[in-house]
Design a protein around this ligand. Structure first.
Ligand code: ADP
Ligand code: MG
Length: 703
């Protein structure tokens, strides 16, 4: 029998939870802390000292020797600098471990080496980390020992956000404030705040680590830069939801245990569409904590995979020709007294608050489709969005049959007098019960789909932080709510005004609604006719951040200043060029030092064979033909290699970051594809024994 895992007991055992604080803190301190958590404001230094001591005692009891301010710089991943609890020894050489309120609340890492996009010159190194009281501290355990991690914001000396958490927290305050205005209009006087909740489904690949280590492209770029398709791909659809193999299963089990200990509610696990691809989904939680936890999920996946002799690939497109990975960002709004603003109920046509919320969201998504698209772009995601893969780069909203019908009624007649119901599902088998059907089927091709009581934003990349998409969602919806509330609060007849406003918004923005197949070519044309933007790449999406419309939005709600937006755009261009440069150099290295020499060696062998066969008096045409074919491809690969070297060198001479990024996309990336094509063809022609790196078949079918 297998060991029993006591989930209830291990859950959050490494987290300094509210329950632990309640138990360890004096009543008055706990009360003060809870008040700041719920309502904001500043903690007194006295209270911070008490909390710091309790936190340290708990951490030390659990083996911690260090603490760190854990933060999320603009690299998209997390950063930490460890400090031991060690203090000056006394005269007799004794040392008492200490941790003060000041150290808990504020840190000052040397911030000069993080991307700041010009927000801070290198000589102005000062940056501060500030304790995010709303996200619990936790213990990280690895070879370094046990480290107390304190989630923090990261700001410059002048208070500019140098991270992803600060704007997210700002956006959460904005959406809460504006949502409250909406629910107040409908008579909800009790709610004190509205919480953006997020449940991110995380897709990933697992490959054997030994094989991974034999591929420079996986090591340096996180994706394969060469590789012919394996004879089998995902066409049989036999991997999706398939039985989980033993090696993967034991990884998943360990992963769940580690995540549960960290307070992450790992809930769903299954095989995904592509071979070697899997998914994990936690239960949704407050946006801010969901973002922190998603970082922990990604980090823990990598760590646990290594323990199992595997490598976890979070890249959006590790393998050409099979599905890539994304993150479905499920997003919703709920009041602190338990009302989900996105719950339509059984008869949405009668739920005026819901219809107003829906109309505002459609308006927000339509108005800021470019920003939403931008929030989901990263270098890897260019291989999915707009590249013949799910989901398309065009933002549209799927509402489902029931809501689409209600919207149609409202737009056409100004009245919605019914909501279609799902009815019963009849299986035709007498021993199976008839079950209630949802009023709407699902749509897997929509980038932004209504799924019952939440929206599912499916564009987000698998390796990316989910902070940006949620910051953007909160911001654009806050703006729409604000504009609606501005009108409705001053209306003389609320019922008529809200009715008219819903109709107006739906009429003006119904072009964003699309229930059909988002992958089809017809949709691309239809979307163009409707005037919806189709932004095909990360670099083209980046300028959305600094349009007048964007600056007005983000400044109005104090989420980003103009300078912060400009810095982010700059960083995106830099990141793009740097990533493409790494990929290009890796390809050059692999082609020069591994692939071309192997093929050259093989042509020598073939040439020897041709001579030997001829000398023996037999027909050597097949061998000779193969030799010619391979030599031709080899020459083509060599030419493409030289061209790539030239383009890469040229990119290095361009000073302007935007210009360089576009050059990398249009010239360097194109040259990379031109090199990949003949190399992949060569892989299909030469003896497998001489191919110097593990193939797609080795990587994704033999995990
Ligand atoms: P599917 O793959 O069918 O879309 P999953 O169960 O894999 O569904 O994931 C759905 C995700 O949506 C989960 O993380 C779930 O917790 C989350 N979710 C459910 N309700 C809400 C909500 N109100 N707000 C945000 N996320 C939600
Ligand atoms: Mg989903």
């Amino acid at each position: 029998m297998s060991e029993i895992i006591n989930v209830e007991e291990i859950f959050a055992s490494k987290v300094f939870t509210l329950a632990k604080m309640k138990e360890r803190l004096p009543k008055s301190t706990f009360k003060e802390l809870k008040k700041v958590m719920d309502q904001g404001g500043e903690l007194s230094l006295a209270a911070a000292d008490v909390i710091a001591k309790a936190m340290k005692d708990w951490a030390v009891e659990n083996g911690a020797t260090h603490y760190t301010h854990w933060f999320q710089p603009l690299t998209g991943i997390t950063a930490e600098k460890h400090d031991a609890f060690v203090t000056h020894p006394d005269e007799e050489g004794r040392m008492l471990m200490e941790f003060s309120g000041k150290e808990l609340i504020k840190g000052e890492p040397d911030a000069s080496s993080f991307p700041s996009g010009g927000l801070r010159a290198t000589f102005e190194a000062r940056g501060y980390t500030v304790w995010d009281i709303t996200s619990p501290a936790f213990l990280k355990e690895d070879a370094t020992g046990v480290i107390l991690c304190i989630p923090t914001s990261f700001c410059s000396y002048r208070g500019e956000a140098l991270d992803k958490k600060t704007p997210l927290l700002r956006s959460m305050e904005a959406i809460s404030e504006q949502s409250l205005r909406i629910v107040r209009l409908f008579g909800n006087t009790e709610a004190k705040k509205v919480i953006a909740s997020v449940g991110p489904e995380q897709e990933y690949f697992l490959v054997d680590r030994e094989k991974y280590l034999k591929r420079e492209d996986l090591i340096f770029a996180g994706r394969t830069l060469f590789g012919a398709p394996a004879p089998k791909g995902q066409e049989l659809e036999d991997h999706y939801f398939g039985t989980i193999r033993e090696r993967i299963g034991s990884f998943m089990k360990d992963l769940n245990i580690e995540l549960w200990k960290l307070g992450v509610t790992a809930k769903t696990q299954h095989n995904e569409v592509a071979p070697a691809q899997h998914e994990l989904a936690p239960i949704y939680e407050t946006a801010n904590i969901a973002v922190d936890h998603n970082q922990l999920v990604m980090e823990t996946m990598k760590k646990v995979a290594n323990r199992h002799g595997m490598q976890c690939l979070l890249h959006e497109k590790p393998f050409a020709g099979v599905n890539g990975s994304g993150k479905h960002d499920n997003w919703s709004l709920g009041t602190d007294n338990g009302v989900n603003l996105l719950d339509p109920g059984d008869t949405p046509n009668e739920n005026i608050q819901f219809l107003l919320v829906l109309a505002c969201i459609l308006k927000a998504v339509d108005t800021h489709a470019d920003l939403l698209r931008q929030s989901a772009s990263d270098v890897g995601n260019d291989h999915r969005l707009g590249a013949n893969e799910a989901p398309p780069a065009i933002i549209s909203v799927f509402l489902g049959e029931q809501l689409e019908d209600v919207v149609r009624q409202l737009v056409e007649t100004g009245m919605a007098d019914h909501s279609n119901q799902g009815g019963k599902l009849e299986t035709g088998v007498s021993t199976l019960p008839d079950i209630d059907k949802d009023a709407t089927d699902r749509n897997r091709t929509s980038p932004f789909a209504f799924t019952g009581n939440k929206f599912e934003f499916r564009m987000v990349g698998s390796a990316d932080s989910i902070a940006d998409p949620n910051t953007t969602l909160n911001a654009i919806v806050a703006e729409a709510f604000c504009e609606a509330a501005d009108e409705l609060e001053k209306a003389e007849d609320f019922d008529i005004a809200v009715h008219d406003l819903i109709k107006k918004y739906l009429t003006e923005h119904q072009r964003i609604v699309f229930n059909g197949n988002g992958y089809s070519d017809e949709w691309v044309l239809e979307a163009k006719r409707r005037g919806l933007p189709n932004i095909r790449s990360m670099v083209e999406a980046s300028c959305a951040l600094t349009t007048e419309k964007s600056i007005k939005l983000f400044e109005k709600f104090h989420i980003f200043t103009k300078a912060e937006l400009e810095s982010r755009e700059e960083i995106l261009y830099e990141t793009y060029s740097k990533s493409i440069n790494i990929e290009a150099l890796t390809m050059i290295d692999m082609a020069k030092k591994q692939i071309l020499p192997a093929v050259i060696g093989y042509t020598k062998k073939l040439a020897d064979t041709v001579i030997a066969v001829k000398e023996a008096g037999a027909d050597s045409t097949v061998q000779a033909e193969l030799l010619k074919e391979i030599s031709d491809k080899l020459a083509e690969a060599k030419r493409a290699l030289t061209a790539l070297e030239e383009k890469t060198a040229k990119a290095g001479t361009i000073a302007d970051e935007k210009e360089k990024a576009f050059f990398c996309k249009d010239e360097v990336f194109t040259a990379m594809t031109a090199l990949r094509t003949p190399v992949d063809e060569l892989e299909m022609l030469v003896d497998k024994k001489v191919w110097p790196i593990p193939t797609y078949g080795d990587l994704i079918f033999e995990v």
